[in-house]
Design a protein around this ligand. Structure first.
Ligand code: 1CP
Length: 356
């Protein structure tokens, strides 16, 4: 029996047309030449069309919760450059907000969260996951408009990185507030991590149900921990998220991005069991290629400053990365987010270089 809307799944979204999506193929373990490419923070301030929309809508967070605007911003870099992946326009700090912290951005300074959880105690907060609902609407809007060959990426912050903001109430250089709490009261800190894991798993499942085809876990501050703490607060929570997602939404590839972890890379890859791993620009790609299983897709690792500078330095760096990963599934990307001052023309040149 056909009824109106029978081509829609239970969430009301239309399934995407079958097509070859190179980024998704590589995340599933295929090698492609040229490698698929997307850039962390590709939707954002280096684009004049983003800055215009941000000025019109009055601020970054308002954009995150406005599905029409957020879908438009997600699509802007796809229209301009034809990246192989579109990353949902949102932020890792919406999870603390859903857990009950107030969130705002101080101009020129960065995020503020209140109250800071210096004792790791969430009991005074009122969690409300319904605030995340507009974000799933953004995903549905993007997938309706996305070219068939473009992969839709969702994301969340990893528990440790999110906790560093929740504990300090703001960004911090050495993450000492969260690190101190973890030493002083590991039981309270574990409760905080557990709450972030639970909220994040639900959040990512909803993103997947709305049409996201792969997810990235951003552990931007994974590099600030001593080895035993690294295992406890980076490896174990990411592994739990991977297990949870695999059992609840099997078949959705998970990219781990543990920035700054250096020699701990093989431990992270093996013990979290992520489907693909993002590496930052400080890591030697030849070393990473030697240390990681030959079938594991690797994403990275161009220095954002090389892209900003352009010229011969850029082409040299691109060549070295491609040579290092010539025999494995590789996704071309930066080692961290694109810098705001990056000339748009350099991004176009990078794509031309990769696809030549
Ligand atoms: O217009 C503006 O002023 C807002 C700037 C901005 C943007 C465009 C922020 C504030 N967040 C974002 C979007 C964002 N953030 C995305 C969207 C999709 C894309 O990649 O294009 C993603 C994936 C993030 C992830 C994010 N937010 C991370 C992890 C990745 C990373 O860069 O390390 C972190 C740490 C944040 C927190 C955050 N959001 C914004 C700021 C200024 C910060 C603090 C960063 C810090 O503490 O240094």
């Amino acid at each position: 029996m056909h009824s109106v809307g029978s081509d829609r799944d239970q969430n009301g979204s239309k399934p995407r047309p079958e097509a070859d999506r190179p980024l998704l193929a590589v995340l599933r373990g295929e090698r492609r030449d040229p490698p698929p490419i997307w850039l962390m923070r590709q939707a954002g301030r280096y684009l004049p069309e983003y800055r215009a929309l941000r000025a019109e809508k009055g601020g970054f967070l308002a954009l995150c919760y406005d599905p029409v605007a957020a879908a438009e911003i997600t699509l802007q870099p796809i229209r301009r450059f034809g990246f192989d992946g579109a990353i949902l326009f949102s932020d890792i700090l919406v999870i603390p907000q859903a857990l009950g912290q107030d969130l705002w951005f101080e101009t020129g300074e960065g995020p503020r969260l209140a109250p800071p959880l210096l004792d790791g105690d969430l009991s005074g907060l009122i969690a409300d996951a319904t605030i995340l609902t507009p974000i799933y609407e953004t995903v549905r809007r993007v997938v309706q408009a996305l070219p068939a060959e473009t992969t839709m990426l969702g994301f969340a912050g990893s528990p440790w990185t999110v906790a560093t903001y929740m504990v300090a109430g703001q960004g911090s250089k050495d993450h000492s507030a969260a690190r101190s709490l973890a030493y002083r009261d590991p039981v309270a800190f574990q409760r905080l991590i557990d709450a972030i894991i639970a909220a994040t798993a639900d959040y990512l499942c909803h993103q997947i149900d709305a049409g996201v085809e792969a997810v990235q876990l951003f552990d931007s501050w994974a590099g600030s921990l001593a080895p035993a703490e690294f295992r406890r607060w980076v490896v174990a929570p990411n592994r739990r998220l991977v297990e949870e997602l695999r059992s609840r939404r099997p078949g959705t590839p998970i990219i781990g991005f543990p920035k700054g972890i250096g020699e701990k890379l093989p431990i992270y890859a093996r013990e979290t069991a992520v489907d693909a791993i993002g590496i930052d620009e400080t890591m030697d790609p030849v070393w990473a290629d030697e240390m990681l299983p030959s079938t594991l897709p690797v994403q990275g690792n161009l220095d954002p400053l090389a892209l900003l500078a352009g010229g011969d330095g850029l082409s040299g760096a691109v060549g070295a990365i491609r040579a290092a990963f010539a025999k494995r599934p590789h996704i071309f990307n930066l080692g961290h987010g694109i810098l705001q001052q990056t000339p748009v023309s350099h991004v176009a040149q990078l794509l031309a270089m990769i696809r030549a």
